[in-house]
Design a protein around this ligand. Structure first.
Ligand code: PLP
Length: 379
């Protein structure tokens, strides 16, 4: 049996999305910047998509800027905030995606921007009191707060509205990397009163290499990628038309039955928690899987065994794709900066299982049985 449980890394593309993209690739090859009929048709497709994408998050079309994915959108926020919005202080956390934390560190090193790291508890939740304290202590600086909505490794959720209110009270800009939550939860930028959110289509069964950045209409920044006047002069480069159409289609599908998908996926996650506890009572979970946690992610801390270093490979041999969270199990020399920062014991393996609408209960049973057998022969 083949089981794909690495959906936080990327999701399989929905066949309906492929179907929507093919005719665009075949027929709409006109450059959207060209003024002839071919170009105008391509332009119309993009603008129609922008309007619909915006409507899903209650934004205005002029607030949506298509990018080549989440990394670019995150970079755009941090870099432009410093260059164009006079931001001289960034507050972020050590458990952000590398697109944010590495960029923030670089801005600190290269541009001398003050960097404050907000405390995160052992379950991966941001300490809101500490965030408030950092905002108050730095009242004289222009601050950008960049905190992700859900952590991609452990799933811990940020109370978005609470943080947005706090930032607004303190005159700070607020960016949330919503790459793992967009199209898994309803996001309403007006209600949140947030300045920036970022999106990547391949996290919700869309194509890779396309996403968008939402920028609140009251904020003016200059392009990070310079060249042509695409995206209303905000992001140069010929638009990825079929990618944008695929992103929109994936968004439409996700919003068609978001509650149904959540119910199904959450059910699988809770079921896996129960089954794992049954077969390995000493098992632990990183984060707070049954609490305020992204329903697509389950990060499991396994007891130490002889196969520690080989665990993820053993799963792979049995057809199960998951992600390693500690140095030994991921095969990476560095290990997870998230688990490391949370103080998780890195000597025994942590594995992230992440689910999608395509997973089944049978796949969870198979996975748990494989884990049970692997431990039976090695412990
Ligand atoms: N932010 C988060 C939280 C992610 O999980 C990812 C993907 O791994 C990214 C940003 C980067 O997105 P992309 O792969 O589209 O560059």
């Amino acid at each position: 049996m083949k089981v794909y449980l690495d959906n936080a890394a990327t999701t399989p593309i929905d066949p309906e999305v492929v179907e929507a993209m093919i005719p665009v690739m075949k027929e709409n090859y006109g450059n959207p910047s060209s003024i002839h009929n071919y170009g105008r048709k391509s332009r119309a497709i993009i603008e129609k998509a922008r309007k619909k994408v915006a409507s899903f998050i209650n934004a205005a079309p002029s607030e949506i800027f298509f990018t080549a994915g989440g990394t670019e959108a995150d970079n755009m926020v941090l870099r432009s905030a410093i260059d164009d919005l006079e931001v001289n202080h960034i507050i972020t956390s050590q458990i952000e995606h590398h697109a944010v934390i590495d960029t923030a560190e670089l801005m600190n090193e290269r541009k001398g921007v003050k960097l404050s790291i907000v405390n995160v508890d052992d379950k991966g939740f941001v300490d809101i009191n500490h965030l408030t304290q950092l905002l108050e202590e730095n009242k004289d600086l222009k601050t950008l707060v960049s905190l992700m909505h859900a952590n991609n490794e452990i799933g811990s959720l940020l109370p978005l509205k609470k943080v947005a209110d706090l930032c607004n009270e303190h005159g700070a800009y607020f960016h949330s990397d919503t790459v793992q939550t967009m199209c898994h939860y309803k996001i309403d930028v007006k209600e949140l009163d947030i300045h920036f959110v970022t999106c990547s289509a391949h996290k919700f069964h869309g194509p890779k290499g396309v996403g968008f950045l939402y920028i609140n209409e009251n904020i003016q920044i200059k392009p990070m990628i310079t060249g042509g006047a695409q995206e209303r002069n905000m992001r140069a480069g010929t638009e990825n038309i079929h990618g944008i159409v695929g992103l929109l289609k994936a968004m439409e599908i996700a919003h068609r039955d978001m509650e149904g998908h959540e119910k199904h996926i959450k059910g699988l996650k809770y079921y896996m928690v129960e089954r794992l506890k049954e077969v390995l009572p000493e098992i632990e979970f990183n984060g707070d899987p049954l609490g305020e946690s992204l329903y697509t992610v389950l990060n499991v801390h396994f007891p130490s065994s002889e196969m520690d270093e080989m665990f993820i490979y053993n799963l792979d041999i049995e057809g199960i794709a998951a992600s390693g969270g500690s140095a030994c199990s991921s095969g990476s020399a560095v290990g997870s900066h998230v688990l490391n920062h949370m103080g998780v014991d890195m000597d025994s393996p942590s594995i992230r299982f992440s689910f999608s609408k395509y997973n089944t209960k049978e796949e969870i049973d198979y996975t748990v049985n494989v884990i049970k057998e692997l431990f039976a022969v090695t412990v």
